[in-house]
Design a protein around this ligand. Sequence first.
Ligand code: ADP
Ligand code: MG
Length: 268
Amino acid sequence: MEPRDEIRGEEVRKAFGAHTVLDGVSLAVPPGSIVAIVGGSGSGKTVLLNILTGLLPLDSGRVLVTDHSDPAAPLVDLAALGEDARDRVRLHWAVVFQHNALHSGTVRDNIALWLHEHTDLDDAAIEARVRESLQAVALDVDDVIDKDREELSGGMAKRVAVARALAIDPIDIFYDEPTTGLDPVYAGHVHELIWNVHHRAREDDKPRTTLLVTHDRELLRRLHPRVVMLADARVCFDGPYDDFTRSPLPEAREYLTAMPALHLREAR
Ligand SMILES: Nc1ncnc2c1ncn2[C@@H]1O[C@H](COP(=O)(O)OP(=O)(O)O)[C@@H](O)[C@H]1O
Ligand SMILES: [Mg+2]
């Protein structure tokens, strides 16, 4: 039997008024894979990610996802699920937003909140999980755990956002521009972090699936993901990283040449 996709977008269309952002975009994310959505600024990467995670409704097409609470279930249509079923599917997901989306409060509060709301862990077990997650992203636990959101540098806030995702022990992890705005050294740490999180064993040994949106050519080089490139509201390339770097496609050539500059521009 062919392994089924972890997530699949089929002919996704999305317009804002007269502006068609996605005009029939399909992509398949196999379980255990790393898939990077790339494309110029404004090409619809974030919109696509938000549709795939159910944060944004689509105009037509479908998003099918794996419901890990029911291993026998086929892929389920995200939009057709009731609220409870959707929450259940999302229990196995974590999203690292471009601007981290940390809540006001301390680092501990940020990581513990989800665990309090969605697990049966007691306070001591939650504290242990919080500390373990901070350690996993190479932060000095005692130094940061009581810090307020406002006291964190950009690089630290990104790590806390990844630690918060990691505490969930998600099967699927989503990142939107995880290195934009970070200096190159910190960006390098985040490259390693994304790689390590992807390969970190889960308690049940299920493989993790990583879907990210990025401008960062170094990150692509580090991860060797499957690359899905958006241009003119469609997928113009879908294939392994090595094929992407060798692709004669003008959009790919232009992007590979322009990407470092785009990245720097956004970082300012
Ligand atoms: N909520 C919205 N309302 C109107 N237009 C939007 C909205 N969200 C995104 N867009 C437009 O959709 C296009 C793609 O946006 P986005 O997915 O954020 O681009 P990027 O590839 O840079 O992540 C842009 O032209 C943006 O202005
Ligand atoms: Mg974006």
